[in-house]
Design a protein. Structure first.
Length: 242
């Protein structure tokens, strides 16, 4: 983990940031691109929150070389969320403990539909077992109880919208800080994003919900913000730029 030994971080409460008036602009994790230099650039153009690329948690925990390559940050790299892929709760919790002093939160990737990820039990494969997914959040929250540190997850939609809502309610009950929703099912790639289903989730839970998918401009940000129900805010939601 290069450069981070010198970091003195005053933590940003991500949930409070997501609850501010108006949409929050988030730069979603992108493989190979979302490194420190890229995050530094997007922050200059009004990005409110940035993610690291997805990091495989077991490699991160076991390999110092992996940590040196995959996680580089500095004192200006904030607010920052580290996204992990994991196929068991212990790896996710252990990786989270390692980055805890140097970021503002972690995210569990449950949205990646790529074959290699699914084959290893990562990404969207976790959506097939909601009970296990809930355990990831519960277990990690039990080991890191700082209320200002966010533990979130990114999901895709079930074919049955009610199953998605029920899963999100269970995640909320075990302490998830917020939920990012890519508005497609695992089988969908370029089909239109189901913003109506993201709104359904938003109306069913009290934690912030981040809308993800096909947001390519600032105009899209405000369009999605309106389509996902900003006119009826209990907790104001956020829009994710990809």
């Amino acid at each position: 983990m290069q450069e981070i030994d010198q970091v003195t971080r005053k933590r940003t409460n991500i949930v409070q940031l997501l609850q501010k008036d108006g949409p929050t602009k988030i730069c979603a994790p992108m493989v190979r691109y979302s490194k420190l230099q890229f995050r530094t650039l997007v922050r200059k153009y009004g990005c409110d929150i940035a993610y690291t690329p997805m990091i495989v948690s077991d490699s991160f925990v076991q390999s110092e070389e992996c940590r040196k390559v995959e996680f580089i940050t500095n004192e200006n790299d904030k607010p920052l969320i580290v996204q992990f892929a994991a196929n068991n709760p212990d790896d996710f919790a252990s990786a989270t403990e390692m980055v805890f002093p140097y970021c503002d939160g972690v995210g569990l990737n449950c949205g990646c539909p790529q074959r290699w990820a699914m084959a290893k039990g990562y990404g969207a494969k976790l959506l097939r077992n909601p009970e296990q997914l809930v355990d990831y959040i519960r277990f990690t929250r039990s080991r890191l109880q700082d209320p200002d540190f966010s533990i979130s997850t990114k999901i895709r939609l079930h074919a049955d919208p009610h199953k998605t809502v029920e899963m999100c309610r269970r995640l909320e009950n075990v302490g998830v800080s917020f939920i990012s929703v890519h508005g497609r099912t695992t089988k969908e790639r370029h089909q239109p994003v189901h913003y109506d289903q993201i709104k359904l989730i938003k109306d069913a839970v009290s934690v912030p919900v981040v809308a993800n998918g096909d947001v390519k401009s600032l105009t899209d940000v405000y369009k999605v913000y309106e389509e996902t129900g900003n006119l009826y805010p209990v907790t104001l939601r956020a829009v994710c730029i990809i």
